[in-house]
Ligand binder design. Structure first.
Ligand code: NAD
Ligand code: TYD
Length: 351
């Protein structure tokens, strides 16, 4: 079996659902259930004996040691993190705590477990660390896209904390021989995306008749990848990636934020037109820019395609259409997230 951390968050929950859909290997899911963790994402596998959920912190060495001892996973995938740049600007400490200190304790726990394995299990074991393209910093309009050899230059407390965790993972390979793999992926979007991030926030605000806030001039560029493509990339790296290597993962979909939000509005105009017949674009509002806002991210995903044969299946157009349709079809999920009702459910379930 495998152990994932952060599997109740956006990408982690998509990964768990896809993992069980494409194979039969059981999965243990360790998640602290912070504000970003939502067990409702996993409600379709409530009764699936292949999935074991454990609420806990990656930095809780005792708990992690117990889990590793009990379930003897052949691999761990570390999704758990504080992940929102704007929150990292307001309260960086949580990011240092989970992304840096938490990852360090987690690495230590896994190293102790891995060291005691027999030779065959030891060489087959993998520690896959899920990271971001934001560690590379920002690009100018004409700069080439980030490759795996682009120097790290993180600009926000979030990206700095992820960069620190990537360096620790790298060091555990070089110093102790832990068989690690790291993926650096671009901006994801898709089902179960928490509505603090640009795409789900604007989708929900549009439908609620609220402003669609665009930071600065809206010309900041991100590469966008449909979350299920990220999940397939992680499966590919886990099974065939070369130990100690890092792989950039991206969608070859560079878009300016304003274009992303305009596209969202156009899809909604077709699928759920406003009662007054006016386009949702009328709700777009330019607001104060994010401090230190990175201007452009772009991913060169040639290495993962050349070495592992991985390519995204969705274009931005197909992926965003699926995403809008999912949010329209999953109104109960949306209202529970927005109302905070799912938090009450958690307290009831776990208190
Ligand atoms: P998310 O914020 O939606 O989910 C994070 C999950 O981790 C939550 O379920 C949360 O409860 C859990 N968690 C937080 N602290 C924890 C701790 N100390 N112990 C155990 N669990 C904890 O994040 P996401 O968007 O799903 O991102 C997952 C990973 O992918 C992160 O490492 C992030 O840096 C990386 N990533 C995200 C994107 C993106 O566009 N969202 C892109 C590239 C890489
Ligand atoms: P976000 O979804 O927070 O992801 P990240 O900061 O990790 O790239 O933001 C994506 C882009 O959208 C980023 O350039 C910031 C911008 N943005 C807005 O313009 N308005 C918003 O309300 C949010 C949340 C983000």
């Amino acid at each position: 079996m495998i152990l994932v951390t952060g599997g109740a968050g956006f990408i982690g929950s998509n990964f768990v659902l896809d993992w069980l859909a494409v194979g039969d290997e059981p999965i243990v899911n360790l998640d602290l259930l912070t504000y970003a963790g939502n067990l409702e994402n996993l409600s379709s596998i409530d009764d699936d004996p292949r999935h074991t959920f454990v609420r806990g912190d990656i930095g809780d060495s005792k708990l992690v040691a117990e889990l590793l001892h009990k379930y003897t996973p052949r691999a761990v995938i570390n999704f758990a993190a504080e992940s929102h740049v704007d929150r990292s600007i307001h309260s960086p400490e949580d990011f240092i705590q989970t992304n840096v200190v938490g990852t360090f304790h987690f690495l230590e726990s896994v190293r102790a477990y891995w060291s005691a394995l027999d030779d065959q299990s030891k060489s087959g074991f993998r520690f896959l660390h899920v990271s971001t393209d934001e560690v590379y910093g920002t690009l100018g309009d004409k700069d080439p896209a980030f490759t795996e050899t682009t120097p790290y230059a993180p600009n926000s407390p979030y990206s700095a904390s992820k960069a620190a965790s990537d360096h620790l993972v790298r060091a555990y390979h070089h110093t102790y021989g832990l068989p690690v793999l790291t993926t650096n992926c671009s901006n994801n979007y898709g089902p179960y995306h928490f509505p603090e991030k640009l795409i789900p926030l604007c989708l929900l605000n549009a439908m609620a008749g609220k402003p669609l806030p665009i930071y600065g001039d809206g010309q900041q560029v991100r590469d966008w990848l449909f979350v299920k493509d990220h999940c397939s990339a992680i499966r590919s790296v886990l099974s065939d990636g070369r130990v100690g290597e890092t792989y950039n993962v991206g969608g070859w979909n560079e878009k300016a934020n304003l274009d992303v939000v305009n596209t969202l509005c156009e899809i909604l105009d077709k699928l759920k037109p406003r009662a007054d017949g006016v386009s949702y674009k009328a709700q777009i509002t330019f607001v104060k820019d994010r401090p230190g806002h990175d201007r452009r991210y772009a991913i060169d995903a040639t290495k993962i395609e050349r070495e592992l044969g991985w390519k995204p299946q969705e274009t931005f157009e197909t992926g965003i259409a699926k995403t809008v349709a999912w949010y329209l079809e999953n109104q109960p999920w949306v209202s529970n997230v927005v109302s905070g009702e799912y938090r009450q459910w958690l307290n009831k379930q776990y208190s």
